[in-house]
Write a protein that binds this ligand. Structure first.
Ligand code: NDP
Ligand code: HSE
Length: 436
């Protein structure tokens, strides 16, 4: 019988506890399938009292250095979160330990340093759990889809936001009720601002787009708007038009450039992405050979995320991840910077909600400003305001226009004396038929 594979687990919160549960409860299954046994040599947390239940079974303490320098430890599993995890990961790599991490914030910010460092020290980094929870999208991009030129990757990649939007749409919950439930269910980040302001999605998109398009994508390359400013009226009006609003991360080829963005988006109910609800995530991508592929599964929460972490532990212990990691030239730190399409050059269809005073001539002023900037309309409807009868919400759906033209037109519209508050502008996603 081989020696058990030694693991140091940094973090015993939502995900860490899921990892411990799988490793202990599925020990026999894992051994039958892989011939390997695992020993959790250290569990590291911040507050031992809070985690006292684990001390009966595990070597629980707060000393990351002691954990990562233990010679029995072959794999350091980092599920602490935050940029502060860089220091113990650095230490672990320099001590020759393989890393498994769920920390997209750290990989997006420091991957171009950590990946080369790991290569230099002959160890690997498994990061399946960093993007889309339990969906094996990293495995797909680094193995199953390697022969494809990827043309577009569009995803619902934040479970918290998708849960909030679903609860607001289907259960009539308020934004804050839904966010607080997402936190209780273990979906949200320690700082949920990162979920709702779109940065968590952008960090994941940076990781996925770097792998998919073979270039270095950084969070700062991505235009980001979250759901924190979204209003319930727009969810309702979009539904009336036949669209769901989803927070999408989008990376697509436009000529020689990449359009990179995260924003609330209108998705027609005929599209698969519109039916992805709750904490589920989905990634819709187009490869030149494979055509359309759609990945769907639980994108946040304890056990789906732990499933991805343990898959990486197995991949490292079996030598699959170390082999791939050493051989492939696809990781941040060894890629050319992405050529990013300036956001104002984006072409899209738009949903606009103008808050107009109920006076004659206002419609004409709005359409004149849009026409002046080459924006043609596919629909206009006047809604009823539930709060202020002197304000008329006018919903405009445009044909394809450039972001620059839309923003120039909105500047003029919002300067009109008859416009009572800034116009809401949301993008409408179209299935990229050119890739279908
Ligand atoms: P939690 O906040 O639930 O757990 C974090 C754990 O790390 C806690 O046990 C905490 O200790 C410990 N910890 C934090 N800082 C330190 C430190 N400086 N030293 C030692 N221990 C520390 O977070 P999650 O489990 O939800 O998330 C962990 C990681 O997984 C994050 O990177 C997150 O982005 C990622 N992730 C989370 C998903 C989810 O659905 N929750 C899904 C996919 C990825 P203590 O218990 O004492 O507070
Ligand atoms: N907070 C993240 C989410 C966890 O809600 O998607 C999964 O990465």
């Amino acid at each position: 019988m081989n020696e058990p594979v030694g693991i140091a687990l940094l973090g015993s919160g939502v995900v860490g506890r899921g990892v411990l549960a799988i490793l202990s409860e599925q020990q026999d299954l894992l051994e039958r399938r892989t011939g390997l046994r695992f020993e959790v040599c250290h569990v590291v947390c911040r507050d031992v009292n809070k985690n006292a239940d684990l001390a009966k079974t595990y070597n629980l303490h707060t000393d990351t250095t002691r954990a990562v320098s233990d010679p029995r430890v072959k794999i350091v599993v980092e599920v602490m979160g935050g940029l502060g995890a860089e220091s113990p990961i650095n230490e672990a790599i320099r001590s020759g330990k393989h890393i498994v991490t769920a920390n997209k914030a750290l990989l997006a910010a420091r991957g171009n340093h950590l990946f080369p460092l790991a290569k230099k020290h002959g160890v690997s980094i498994g990061f399946e759990a960093s993007c889309a929870g339990g969906i094996p999208i990293i495995d797909a991009l680094t193995r199953g889809l390697l022969s494809n030129r990827i043309d577009s990757l569009t995803g619902i990649i934040n479970g918290t936001c998708n849960y909030i939007l679903t609860q607001m749409t289907e259960k009539g919950q308020t934004y804050s009720q839904a966010l607080s439930e997402a936190q209780k269910l273990g979906y949200a980040e320690a700082d949920p601002t990162l979920d709702v302001n779109g940065r968590d999605s952008a960090q994941k998109l940076a990781i996925l787009a770097s792998l998919a398009f073979n270039c270095q994508v950084n969070e700062r390359d991505i235009h980001i708007t979250g759901i924190d400013t979204l209003q319930a009226d727009d969810i309702r009006f979009a539904e009336e038009l036949g669209y769901a609003i989803k927070l999408l991360g989008i990376a697509e080829r436009v000529g020689d450039s990449l359009s990179l963005r995260v924003h609330p988006t209108l998705v027609h109910h005929g599209e698969l992405l519109a039916d992805v609800n709750g904490a589920f995530n989905a990634i819709s991508l187009y490869g030149h050979a494979i055509g359309h592929q759609f990945f769907y599964g639980r994108g946040a929460g304890q056990m789906p995320t732990a499933s991805a972490v343990v898959a990486d532990i197995l991949g490292v212990a079996l030598g699959i991840i170390p082999h791939t990691f050493a051989r492939l030239n696809i990781y941040p730190g060894q890629l050319e910077p992405a050529r990013v399409l300036p956001f104002e050059q984006l072409r899209s269809r738009y949903y606009l909600r103008v808050s107009a005073a109920d006076v004659p001539g206002v419609f004409a002023d709005i359409t004149a400003a849009l026409g002046k900037h080459h924006i043609s309309l596919s629909g206009v409807s006047q809604k009823e305001s539930e709060e202020d009868v002197s304000v008329v919400p006018v919903v405009v759906v445009t044909h394809r226009a450039t972001e620059g033209d839309i923003q120039a037109a909105l500047k003029e519209i919002d300067a009109l004396a008859t416009i009572k508050s800034p116009t809401v502008c949301l993008r409408i996603v179209d299935v990229p038929k050119e890739f279908a």
